[in-house]
Design a binder for this molecule. Structure first.
Ligand SMILES: C[S@@+](CC[C@H](N)C(=O)[O-])C[C@H]1O[C@@H](n2cnc3c(N)ncnc32)[C@H](O)[C@@H]1O
Length: 279
């Protein structure tokens, strides 16, 4: 006999419903949830960049470009020049080494700077590329105005950013922000979009990536270990802290959570395509 399932999502499931007959067997239900949703890989961000018309000879600014790996990927795919700017010396050192060893390195340069003080002149850049870095920026209005300053009048900007959803609890938010050098306001979609408009940009497209890139990674990666590492760090906290230090522990543990929360919808990845308002 089939038991009627709850007709809404708030009525408690009964023991009879839980252990009784379902529409399908447990294994069949698991197989349904195992089915791939054909997620795009994270390289889809370069397809979005392509839709902004980037081509050979264009100048792209990769702001917060870390070790120049993104800059080199863009130079390789588009034949564009890339100026990478990052404030952290260790990243600049890695970037210089990567550029020197890459066949397209002649198209890429790397400089010290921040998004609020970009070390390049006015109207010099065709596209500003900002991936996963605004989270660290306190003065977002100033940062976006500075990006506007370096863009040519027909220029555009691509921003990848992780935002909170209503599922993120206040204590989880506080913890992530403290341990990942994140400015709490940067998790807000509303504050972000208001700032974008104030700085004189028009939002042309929003790609709600959600968990797609991570799904793609997990489907390809054999033996994803983040959950297991989270369990180890919880159970052997003191020993691991002794070995790696407090800062490494906090950043690594919060980074695990940052990934897990993106998988379960507490955080949401988005890619914004922006152009400059015509005045
Ligand atoms: C999560 S990493 C992302 C790196 C790279 N964009 C990528 O997608 O792989 C964040 C980067 O932002 C840089 N960053 C932090 N504060 C910044 C600022 N105020 N201006 C520019 N870059 C900044 C960090 O040094 C780091 O390289």
């Amino acid at each position: 006999m089939l038991i009627d399932m709850a007709d809404d999502w708030t009525t408690p499931i009964t023991v009879e419903q839980m252990y009784g007959y379902w529409d399908v067997e447990w294994d069949e239900a698991v197989a349904v949830t195992n089915r791939s949703l054909d997620p795009r890989p994270n390289s889809s961000i370069y397809d979005t960049l392509s839709s902004l018309g980037v081509e050979k000879g264009d100048v792209v600014l990769d702001i917060g470009g870390r070790d120049a790996s993104g800059g080199l990927a863009m130079a390789e795919r588009f034949g564009c020049r890339v100026i990478v700017v990052d404030p952290v010396q260790a990243n600049l050192d890695d970037g210089l080494r990567a550029i020197a060893g890459h066949v397209h390195g002649y198209l890429v340069e790397i400089h010290r700077g921040t998004i609020n003080q970009i070390p390049i002149g006015d109207d010099t850049v065709d596209v500003v590329f900002s991936r996963d870095m605004l989270t660290h920026v306190a003065d977002l209005d100033g940062a976006l105005m500075e990006c506007r300053r370096v863009l040519t009048p027909s220029g555009s900007m691509l921003i990848h950013q992780v935002f909170e959803t209503p599922l993120l609890e206040p204590a989880e938010r506080e913890r992530l922000c403290a341990d990942l050098a994140t400015v709490p306001d940067r998790l807000s979609i509303e504050i972000f979009e208001d700032s974008v408009r104030r700085a004189g940009f028009t939002i042309r497209a929003i790609d709600r990536v959600g968990s797609e890139w991570l799904e793609s990674l997990l489907e390809r990666e054999d033996g994803e270990k983040r959950l297991l590492r989270a369990a180890h760090m919880h159970r052997a906290k003191d020993d691991i802290v002794d070995e790696v230090g407090v800062v490494a522990f906090r950043v690594m543990e919060a980074n695990n959570l940052w990934t897990i929360y993106r998988m379960i919808g507490k955080l949401e990845e988005r890619v914004y395509s922006l152009t400059l308002d015509r005045t």
